[in-house]
Design a protein around this ligand. Structure first.
Ligand SMILES: [Zn+2]
Length: 186
C-alpha cells in the first residue's frame, strides 16, 4: 500500500472507537507541533531528503511522517508527490511562510499558529492581518432565510414583508448588509 493510502486509512478509520481515535490525534498533533517548532526556528532553510530520512531526522515513524507531509503539502513552495511517494522518495519541506500561517489559522490549529517561533518571523500586526485575511478567505456567505412576518433584520422595527422583503432588490441589499456585518464580527 502506498504511504499516503496507509496513513489515510489509518487516521480516518471510522471503525476505531472514538476514544482511541482522540488519543491517536492528540498524539499526532503533539508530534506535528514539535516538527513545526523546529522548522520555524529556521524558516528560510530548506529541509529535504527522502521520506525515511526526514522521519528519522524528526524521530517519527513513517506513518506519522506521511501525515505531516500530507498536512503541510498545501503550504509548500513546490508540492511533494504525496499520492505516490514511498519511503525513498525525495521530498522537500520548503514552505511559504505566509501561506503556512494562514493555513494553520484556516485549520483552526491554535497550537500551531500560536507557536512562539512565529513571533520572530512576523510582528504582531502582520500576524493579526494574516489571521483576518485567512478568516475572511473562508467566510462563505450563506443568504439568511427570513420569515415574511419576522421583524426585518435591518432594525427598522417593521415586518420583513413591509420592509426589505418588498422587492428582490431590497432583499439583496439586506443580505449584503448582513454578510458585511458578519465579516466585521469575525
Ligand atoms: Zn428592513
Amino acid at each position: 500500500m502506498a504511504l499516503l493510502e496507509d496513513w489515510r486509512a489509518y487516521a480516518y478509520d471510522q471503525q476505531t472507537d472514538k476514544n482511541r481515535m482522540q488519543e491517536f490525534w492528540d498524539e499526532y498533533f503533539e508530534k506535528e507541533k514539535g516538527v513545526y517548532a523546529q522548522l520555524l526556528e529556521n524558516p528560510d532553510e530548506e529541509v529535504k531528503g527522502t521520506v525515511k530520512e526526514l522521519a528519522d531526522k524528526y524521530g517519527l515513524d513513517l506513518r506519522t511522517m506521511t501525515g505531516f507531509l500530507d498536512g503541510i503539502n498545501d503550504s509548500l513552495k513546490e508540492k511533494n508527490p504525496i499520492d505516490t511517494m514511498d519511503e525513498d522518495t525525495e521530498v522537500s519541506l520548503a514552505f511559504d511562510k505566509e501561506m503556512l500561517y494562514k493555513n494553520m489559522v484556516d485549520a483552526k490549529a491554535e497550537w500551531l499558529y500560536n507557536l512562539p517561533q512565529w513571533e520572530k518571523i512576523y510582528d504582531e500586526e502582520t500576524r493579526k492581518q494574516f489571521y483576518l485575511e485567512a478568516k475572511k478567505m473562508n467566510t462563505v456567505v450563506k443568504p439568511r432565510k427570513i420569515g415574511r412576518n419576522e421583524p426585518c433584520p435591518c432594525g427598522s422595527g417593521k415586518k420583513y414583508k413591509q420592509c426589505h422583503g418588498r422587492t428582490k432588490e431590497l432583499e439583496a441589499e439586506l443580505q449584503e448588509m448582513l454578510a458585511a456585518k458578519e465579516q466585521e464580527g469575525a
